[in-house]
Design a protein around this ligand. Structure first.
Ligand SMILES: Cc1cc2nc3c(=O)[nH]c(=O)nc-3n(C[C@H](O)[C@H](O)[C@H](O)COP(=O)(O)OP(=O)(O)OC[C@H]3O[C@@H](n4cnc5c(N)ncnc54)[C@H](O)[C@@H]3O)c2cc1C
Length: 380
């Protein structure tokens, strides 16, 4: 299958794999145990040029495609889902800045690429997750700027972010029709960051609530056309869902490799357990579904690179990959027997980390809604 990838894509896989195995893997267990954001690794990914993988060259990126970004994501997640998750944030933010930012916003891109400015995205609120159109945070015009009020929930990298893309209402229109995106300097007065959330997995991402109380923003804070941020976010989700699918794929691949090695090594009833058909079939199903997921993701990424709409394909890739990853990571843990339930083996961490992928960037129930809507449209 490798021969169908370009030289650039293959070289990137090599680079990302080398970095992930040499730098991320040795630290992954400690990041999980200590639940701390690893600035050094973040900077290491930046220094490698990974944050600008698919940003156009004119904006300071490498100008590669979405397939390349998916490949890099898979390789990083193969060594740590959490570090890979951190990688996705600046990759997606710089694309958003480039598409929707003002000239002043775009000036920040080099610093995001170099890891000196950490971005975060704040859409969800304590009472509005799947229902993005219901958010209540407001930004009201005041003098020559904006007054921002509201609380955002679950902000990945929220505790360390220097700039936060905040989705807020800038008008009275109901639903999504008054939602804008405002870029907020994290050092402004009136911003309170909550505690690092205690999560099942994906530790080390400083995920927190952020409350904005009468935060005064400059006039040019709005990214993209005012009141169009819902549409901007939805179209962004197409790419970010491919990234999340690739993250789950990388974790499933790691689980498969660990389970295979363990099954070859572990002996019961006088033979390696890989000789038992029950174990062989779990590995066979894993290998098959991982290959299918990779094809689904890269197919959607290629369509995206060709400028085609991919709402259905991105949702299918995210839904299929994250569900299959959950199922097979659980089976990989099963192959480890009691050891799989112990922190001594990394399958335990992968099992906790991979669960998130079914929940965020749109839950898998929401992915089914999106797919169903597209199916209905196609049948009309
Ligand atoms: C670790 C973590 C990191 C996150 N990072 C970020 C971030 O950086 N920025 C950000 O903005 N958000 C972030 N989120 C929030 C995430 O996007 C939401 O948790 C997610 O969208 C689901 O929203 P919710 O938690 O409010 O669940 P709800 O929307 O309350 O959903 C609860 C359940 O109801 C189901 N449901 C809801 N509506 C429907 C429907 N119409 N049809 C069928 N089923 C439905 C859901 O599928 C789910 O099973 C993060 C979340 C977590 C846990």
């Amino acid at each position: 299958m490798d021969r169908f990838y370009s030289q650039d894509q293959k070289a990137l896989r090599e680079t990302a794999r080398r970095f992930a195995e040499a730098e991320i893997l040795p630290r992954a267990a400690a990041i999980d145990r200590e639940d701390r954001f690893d600035h050094t690794l973040y900077k290491g990914m930046a220094d490698l040029g990974l944050f600008g993988i698919c940003l156009r060259e004119g904006a300071g990126g490498a100008g590669l495609d979405a397939v390349a970004a998916c490949i890099a994501m898979e390789e990083l997640a193969r060594c740590s889902g959490a570090v890979a998750n951190a990688f996705a944030i600046p990759v997606e933010a710089t694309l958003f800045f480039d598409h929707h930012g003002t000239a002043a916003h775009k000036e920040l891109i080099p610093k995001i690429l170099s890891g000196d400015i950490i971005p975060a995205t704040a859409v969800s609120e304590p009472d509005h997750g799947s229902d993005v159109a219901g958010i209540r945070t407001t930004a009201v015009r005041e003098g020559n700027g904006w007054r921002l009020n509201g609380t955002k929930a679950w902000v990945t990298l929220g505790g360390v972010a220097d700039r936060i893309m905040v989705f807020a209402r800038t008008g009275a229109e109901a639903g999504h029709r008054s939602i804008s995106c405002l870029l907020v300097d994290g050092a402004l007065p009136g911003i309170a960051r909550g505690k690092n959330e205690e999560l099942l997995g994906m530790h080390g991402l400083d995920d927190c609530q952020i409350t904005f109380s009468d935060v005064l923003l400059p006039a040019d804070s709005v990214m993209g056309p005012e009141k169009q941020a819902f549409k901007m976010a939805m179209s962004n989700f197409n790419f970010s869902r491919l990234m999340m699918a690739s993250m789950a794929l990388g974790m499933a691949q790691a689980a498969f490799e660990d389970a295979t090695a363990y099954a070859k090594d572990r002996k019961q009833f006088g033979q390696a357990i890989i000789g038992f058909q029950a174990v062989q079939f779990m590995l066979a199903d894993m290998s098959t579904d991982i290959a299918a997921a990779r094809l689904l993701i890269h197919h959607a990424a290629r369509l995206h690179d060709a400028g085609e709409p991919i709402a259905k394909e991105a949702a299918q890739a995210k839904l299929f990959t994250t569900d299959m990853a959950m199922k097979h990571v659980s089976n990989a843990l099963q192959i480890h027997g009691g050891n799989g339930y112990s922190r001594e083996y990394r399958i335990e961490r992968i099992f906790r980390d991979v669960r998130l992928a079914q929940i965020y960037e749109g839950t898998n129930q929401i992915q089914r809604l999106i797919i169903a809507r597209q199916v209905e449209k196609e049948a009309a």
